[in-house]
Design a protein around this ligand. Structure first.
Ligand code: CO
Length: 175
């Protein structure tokens, strides 16, 4: 009996030859370039959702006092032009971002679109390997090299034109 999505016959054999499993691709990736369009399983979890805010204290108060979400960290991240607060939601976080000035990425975002969801961040084991894999797959990177993120993490951004309009961050947490 066939399951839905099974590709049988000659087409199926051809499909299987051309499409390595992620495990096959991962095990061979040091010795050969990736096939187009195939990524290894590098994005292990949603690390956080970044939210642009006008007033960090007011937003912290909303999430902590009204919604009952604990604030676990607060930090000025000069490299990203923000003052940020991290809040725990299960294994993931909300990252509230207030701009340090109007001429910063989040400052410009607020002027253009107002407060709201700014980016989606995936946790990865190795940001260097993930950046190489994303670059090899043809994605447009904002950061060719990792930069400092909140709580000693290393982060990099992928351009939303490569990710369906979603500004995408990858995060390697501090070890
Ligand atoms: Co972030």
């Amino acid at each position: 009996m066939r399951y839905v999505g099974d590709v049988g016959g000659e087409a199926g054999r051809r499909h299987r030859r051309l499409t390595p499993t992620p495990a096959e691709w991962t095990s061979s990736r040091s010795s050969s370039p990736p096939p187009p369009g195939i990524l290894p399983p590098v994005l292990s979890a949603i690390d956080h959702v970044g939210i642009a805010v006008e007033d960090l204290d007011a937003s912290v108060s909303l999430y902590r006092d009204t919604l009952g979400i604990s604030v676990v960290h607060r930090e000025t991240v000069t490299e990203q032009g923000v003052e940020a607060a991290l809040l725990d939601v299960g294994d993931s976080h909300l990252e509230l971002l207030a701009p340090l000035g109007p001429d910063t990425a989040v400052g410009r975002f607020l002027q253009r679109r107002g407060p709201g969801i700014h980016h989606l961040a995936y946790r990865v084991a190795s940001i260097d390997e993930t950046l190489s894999a994303l670059a090899a797959s043809g994605m447009r990177l904002i950061d060719e090299h990792p930069r400092p993120g909140i709580r000693g993490s290393r982060v990099a951004f992928v351009h939303p034109s490569s990710t369906g309009g979603v500004l995408t961050e990858i995060v390697e947490p501090a070890h």
